[in-house]
Ligand binder design. Structure first.
Ligand code: NAD
Length: 488
């Protein structure tokens, strides 16, 4: 199979009804390479109303056949797609890297593998997601069918542009829905390239489509009267708008995966090296642009000085890994673009004006591209901006604490609730703290990780609903109860 897309031949058309087509909108997206700020393209589609209507019409046409396709056939198509994604992992990653800046070994390979595995995992569910039945003791047999919703949309962010496709498209398609993908305006190229593989895998026209665009395209999808569900990953303000648009239009279902400011609580009795490794990795993976990064680190006073010395050392070692994402050994690329660079450096500058003490980092690296040193603030004021807000860069804040009660209060004193971590060798304390965290996910002696078979998502303002596992299938289906009168 030929995969025509490369940096020399960028995909710049939407993928609708199994064909690459030009957008009818005159406005276009412009992309820059964050490694050196050079222009990549200024003619990537910014889909407008007509493009959205065309994709929805094709999806509605495809839905009746797709939902009734034999489970084995649907499974085979999804598995083939997974194989093709894996086979072209390097080229797909290149199309992401050119506008995200993420190195292949440290990030690209992981997130593309996640996408492929999500397709396999959900394909495996197709003939196992049975309904329910309830006995006829009262004279009525109740049969509950899990039915697909219809045309669904996935609106995804730039920080994990291919991995998030797997988490949304795979369960949507496995359960018989048609799926329209709207990638971020910052990272549309790898998504557009998937069209070739969608067709090759055997998805019928209209089942799986890709519309590049920005927030205006996302809003057209979220407010559309014939889209039945939006699965969204991105920021909290946009998530709130999407829920509002869903409510004001057709009350479409929404799943929201939003931001975080996740705490890691390190007790005196932990394995110190393990705690340092996990917390340092958590805030530097993908240059800190990860929703569930452990960005608040709380360390008990008995181990505080030792932890700080090792954490500083680990972050300084990470600094040596920052650099051109195409260079061997550079595991931390630049921040995604100038806007994100200004946002992160703004937090760092203001943080130094009385919010905390700069322990390490804080400087730009080089004068070209958007590279930044991994940065740690200690003794941070719990009311300060750097302690309370999501920075979305390689910047963590550290505080010491005395008691479990005190630190659980501080950990939970936030409207975020995505991830948390506890480091201790006392199993009772670990389980007590794990249940006391107000968050969708908790790591014990680990943090900032996820698995395809276990629910993924946030509580409070970090999200609504869950991805992964059977929860994703439920989120893309609705139970229908059929009542059979056996007395008739
Ligand atoms: P964003 O909210 O700016 O954009 C996300 C997507 O929404 C993009 O595709 C964008 O085009 C679209 N969009 C923007 N405005 C819209 C509107 N009015 N209507 C419909 N769609 C609209 O977020 P981002 O900057 O791309 O991503 C960073 C944020 O995502 C961070 O807050 C991060 O924590 C969060 N995130 C969360 C998870 C998770 O699983 N919880 C994962 C990754 C990222």
């Amino acid at each position: 199979m030929s995969f025509p897309w490369s940096l020399q031949n960028l995909p710049k058309q939407n993928f609708i009804n199994n064909e690459y087509v030009d957008s009818t909108n005159e406005k276009k997206l412009t992309l820059h390479n964050p490694a050196d700020a050079s222009l990549i393209a200024d003619d990537v589609p910014l889909s407008g109303e007509q493009d959205v209507e065309a994709a929805i019409a094709a999806a509605e046409k495809a839905f009746p056949t797709w939902k009734k396709m034999a489970p084995t056939q649907r499974r085979n198509i999804m598995n083939k797609f997974a194989d093709l994604v894996e086979q072209h992992s390097v080229q797909i990653a290149e199309l992401t890297r050119v506008s995200l800046g993420a190195p292949y070994k440290a990030f690209g390979a992981f997130e593309i593998g996640l996408c492929a595995e999500a397709f396999r995992y959900n394909a495996g569910w197709i003939d196992k997601f049975g309904g329910e039945s309830w006995p006829q003791d009262d004279g009525f047999l109740k049969i509950v069918r899990n039915e697909p919703l219809g045309v669904c949309a996935g609106i995804v962010p730039w920080n994990g542009p291919v991995g998030t496709i797997g988490l949304k498209a795979a369960p949507a398609l496995a359960t018989g829905n048609c799926f329209i993908l709207k990638p971020s305006e910052k990272t549309p190229l790898s998504s557009l390239a998937l069209g070739t593989l969608i067709k090759e895998a055997g998805f019928p026209p209209g089942v799986f489509q890709v519309l590049a665009g920005d927030g205006s395209t996302g809003a057209l999808l979220a407010s559309h009267m014939r889209i039945r569900k939006v699965s969204f990953t991105g920021s909290i303000p946009t998530g709130k708008k999407i829920q509002e648009m869903a409510a004001k239009s057709n009350l479409k279902r929404v799943t929201l995966e939003l931001g975080g400011k996740s705490p890691a609580v390190v007790f005196d009795d932990c394995d110190l090296d393990n705690a340092v490794t996990w917390t340092a990795n958590a805030i530097t993976a993908n240059t800190g642009q990860v929703c569930f990064a452990a960005s608040r680190v709380y360390v008990q006073e008995g181990i505080y000085e030792k932890f700080i010395a090792k954490y500083k050392e680990a972050m300084q070692a990470k600094t040596k890994e920052v650099g051109n994402p195409e260079e061997e050994g550079k595991n931390l690329g630049p921040l995604v673009d100038e806007a994100q660079f200004k946002r992160v450096t703004g937090f760092i500058e203001r943080g130094q004006q009385g919010q905390g003490k700069l322990l390490v980092g804080g400087q730009r690296i080089g004068d070209k591209g958007f590279y930044i040193e991994p940065t740690v603030f200690t003794d941070v004021d719990p009311e300060s901006e750097i302690h309370c807000e999501e920075i979305f860069g390689p910047v963590s804040v550290v505080r010491s604490f005395k008691t479990e009660a005190e630190i659980m209060h501080l950990s939970n004193n936030t409207n975020f609730g995505l991830m948390a971590g506890v480091f201790t060798q006392d199993i009772n304390k670990a389980l007590r703290v794990a249940s006391d965290f107000e968050s969708g996910m908790v790591g014990v002696n680990c943090v900032s990780l996820c698995f395809l078979n276990a629910p993924f998502g946030g509580s409070k303002e970090s999200g609504l609903g869950r991805e992964c596992g059977i929860h994703a299938l439920r989120a893309f289906t609705e139970p229908k109860t059929i009542m059979v009168n056996l007395n008739y």
